[in-house]
Design a protein around this ligand. Structure first.
Ligand SMILES: CC(=O)N[C@H]1[C@@H](OP(=O)(O)OP(=O)(O)OC[C@H]2O[C@@H](n3ccc(=O)[nH]c3=O)[C@H](O)[C@@H]2O)O[C@H](CO)[C@@H](O)[C@@H]1O
Ligand SMILES: C=C(OP(=O)(O)O)C(=O)O
Length: 423
């Protein structure tokens, strides 16, 4: 199992290119299921999750191909395929649930494994099921699988008004994709507004979908009979960009993050500025500059455009070395503080009470062996390792590889002393 060995206390300096977003590429790969014509994606990040999604599509009978250096990937989903997502592939990746909506909309049936219990919370899919049922789908859950079909005689899903109990990102994406090929109008109330949803909607519009309101909490879709192929560039990964912002800031460094978008990182940039970090747009990216003297910041995770839960752990790592006490409240997932115990091993002072963590900043961190427990927890431990004295060994980085495109190479290009150790 691979580990990352970090020798800390080096300022990060230079420039890196931010990759395409995991959370946009994965639904966009599933969107290729909606048409028999070729779909070409560019800027697809090199991630384990992308490889898993490709295997999932290959396994169904989709023709997939990679080309070029710039993350080019093509997909062609024939009219006849096996609309199944087996447990072996779904268990490692929550986003597999995104196959459900497109399969049902185009093929009228799907068998998708329930995603396995994930470390950050129970993450049920009840809203996905409820929404697709409102569109006429018959869905039963048996032996760990969702079996979905259309009522006898029906050829398509039907447009519906769907109001989810909570804002759900992949739920919104599933309904959006399903509604494109449904009969009539679908209205998504309480829709998620994340930039990845806007990017997916823009791709679907290129395919001929009729969508308005994406980027707001009310999306309206007029179903069409068929969709065509398209060419689409995956939006830059705001969470990867936010992670590098925190890493550079925590080490008192300076860097240019090419392709990072300030308009997608408002809440994180505001907090960084309050912490004393300079962040400014430069060319098609963001320049970050930090003196290393930081003020700890309290925050609460909420849906976009609020502070992203996917940045909570990385900003907590920055708070460890900032002066003052901060209070971090996680409102999206019930179990997303697993990095805390590992940070304690590095000398951090943190107490937790349910979904609230209190961090006493300004402590000297000392390197230790720590265990990555989930994707963003891993990134936060890497950041902490970059500022800690001595050596930090981050174990179980397969979590990190799920969602970061060659992170150690990018950090090394900024001057970090970091290497992958294969046991
Ligand atoms: C592949 C992808 O895009 N993953 C992102 C997506 O995950 P994902 O789409 O799985 O997260 P959701 O937005 O659906 O989850 C929000 C909350 O709603 C709950 N819920 C959701 C659906 C449902 O049917 N029932 C239910 O109870 C979840 O357990 C969670 O507490 O959004 C999360 C929240 O921004 C991010 O952390 C993930 O990186
Ligand atoms: C939780 C995350 O991803 P996923 O939904 O794919 O587990 C994440 O990207 O931080």
């Amino acid at each position: 199992m691979d580990k990352l060995l970090i020798r800390g206390e080096r300022r990060l300096q230079g420039e890196v290119i931010i990759s395409g977003a995991k959370n946009a590429a994965l639904p966009e790969m599933c969107a290729a299921l909606l048409t028999s014509e070729p779909v070409h994606l560019h800027n697809v990040p090199r991630l384990h999750d992308v490889a898993t999604m490709r295997r999932l599509l290959d396994n169904m009978g989709v023709h997939t191909e990679t080309h070029g250096e710039r993350g080019g990937m093509s997909f062609q989903a024939p009219d006849s395929l096996n609309p199944e997502a087996p447990y072996e592939l779904v268990k490692t990746m929550r986003a597999s649930v995104l196959a459900l909506g497109p399969l049902l909309a185009r093929f009228g049936r799907a068998k998708v494994s329930l995603p396995g219990g994930c470390a950050i919370g129970s993450r049920p899919v009840d809203q996905h099921i409820k929404g697709l049922q409102a569109m006429g789908a018959i869905i039963t859950v048996e032996h760990g699988y969702m079996h979905a079909s259309l009522p006898e005689g029906a050829r398509r899903l039907k447009g519906a008004r769907i109001t989810t109990d909570m804002v759900t990102v992949t739920g919104t994406e599933n309904f959006l994709m399903a509604a494109c090929l449904a009969e009539g109008e679908t209205v998504l109330e309480n829709a998620a507004m994340e930039p990845e949803i806007t990017d997916l909607a823009e791709m679907l519009i290129k395919m001929g979908a009729r969508i308005t309101g994406h980027g707001t909490s009310r999306i309206v879709i007029q179903g069409v009979d068929r969709l065509s192929g398209c060419e689409h560039e995956v939006v830059a990964d705001r969470i990867e960009a936010g992670t590098f912002l925190c890493a550079v800031a925590a080490t008192g460094g300076e860097a240019l993050l090419r392709h990072a978008r300030a308009d997608h990182l408002g809440a994180v940039i505001d907090k960084l500025k309050e912490a004393g970090v300079e962040v400014a747009c430069e060319g098609n990216g963001l320049r970050v500059r930090s003196s290393g003297k930081l003020k700890a910041q309290s925050f609460r995770t909420t849906e976009y455009p609020g502070f992203p839960t996917d940045m909570q752990a990385q900003f907590m790592a920055l708070n460890l070395v900032a002066e003052g006490t901060s209070v971090v409240t996680e409102t999206i997932f019930e179990n997303r503080f697993m990095h805390v115990n590992e940070m304690l091993r590095l000398g951090a002072h943190i107490t937790t009470d349910g979904r609230v963590a209190t961090i006493e900043g300004g402590r000297r961190l000392t390197g230790a062996t720590v265990m990555a427990t989930d994707l963003r927890a891993s990134a936060s431990l890497v950041i902490a390792g970059l500022v800690a004295s001595g050596e930090t060994l981050v174990d179980r980085i397969y979590h990190l590889d799920r969602g970061y495109d060659r992170m150690e190479d990018k950090l090394r290009s900024l001057g970090a002393d970091i290497e992958r150790v294969s046991a």
